[in-house]
Design a protein. Structure first.
Length: 286
């Protein structure tokens, strides 16, 4: 009886060890017994660092791993095993491959869904009713792309530096800076000349302002009814004076035109001259 129990314990231990070893082997190979998983194919132009059993994440949560990788002339094809059977991803879906951080680390594949979120009652990826035009179904294909890493950033910087050196960007920039400095100096000289011209024109501008003010005063005065009335009165007086002068002139012309009047004036003038000669003989003799 005791031997039978001992043999049974030994037998169960051996069987347990075999089962544990087999489970561990299958797990290392990516086989999940009793697990609900589905597969997706991702095509990458560059999948540097990606290897079998690399993690697959969705929103930073690990949802699967890379089952296998095949290299073709057109692309790197990776078969992704998703171990979450209820993961519903609306199309379009892209897969990015890169390091765990910008500074490096193990490569991983990140799934990104940019479509409208699916309803809660949407079919599962393995269900017969899964709609491949709206959601990612088991056996579907996604487009892969590479995310920036320290190596890719370094390579890009090297390419930019090589292009800068090849096209002689720095000497051209130096020439451009010299041209900008020369233009700035010319602009400063022009600014100083304009300031001098403005200083010279300031008195003329002030005189124009004074003349404008006087003109405004004159216009305002002319606009005054009293001023207009005074001007009209002055014009009327000038017209009356001109009429009187014309009348006197016509009288004088009429008198000078009379021969008798002119003869009398001449005789009067001669008589007065003789009278002064008799009264002041000494003065007239000179």
């Amino acid at each position: 009886m005791r031997r039978s129990v001992r043999d049974a314990i030994v037998g169960f231990t051996v069987v347990g060890g075999i089962v544990g070893f087999a489970s561990t082997t299958l797990w290392l190979r990516g086989v999940r017994l009793g697990a609900s998983y589905w597969t997706v194919t991702a095509r990458f132009n560059d999948a540097a660092g990606l290897a079998e059993r690399s993690p697959v994440t969705y929103r930073v949560i690990t949802v699967g791993s890379v089952r296998s990788i095949a290299v073709t002339p057109e692309a790197v094809v990776a078969e992704l095993e998703i171990n979450k059977g209820d993961l519903r991803l609306s199309l379009p879906v892209t897969a990015t491959v890169g390091a765990g951080s910008l500074l490096g680390g193990d490569a991983q594949v990140a799934l990104l869904s940019s479509g409208t979120p699916l309803p809660q009652d949407a079919p599962l990826p393995q269900a017969p009713g899964c709609q491949p035009t709206r959601q990612l179904c088991s056996g579907g294909t996604v487009v892969g792309q590479e995310v920036p890493s320290l190596s890719t950033v370094t390579a890009t910087m090297q390419e930019l530096l090589a292009q800068v050196q090849e096209e002689r960007v720095i000497p051209n920039m130096a020439a451009s800076l010299e041209l900008i400095n020369a233009t700035t100096k010319k602009f400063e000289a022009l600014t100083l000349q304009l300031q001098d011209d403005l200083a010279k024109a300031a008195p003329v501008i002030r005189n124009l302002e004074t003349a404008t003010a006087h003109m405004n005063n004159i216009v305002a005065s002319l606009d005054n009814p009293q001023t207009l009335s005074g001007l009209q009165q002055t014009v009327a007086n000038a017209a009356e004076l001109s009429a009187k002068i014309n009348a006197v002139g016509s009288d004088v012309a009429r008198l000078t035109g009379d021969p008798e009047f002119m003869k009398g004036v001449r005789n009067l003038t001669i008589g007065l001259g003789e009278l002064f000669g008799e009264i002041y003989p000494a003065h007239t003799a000179r």
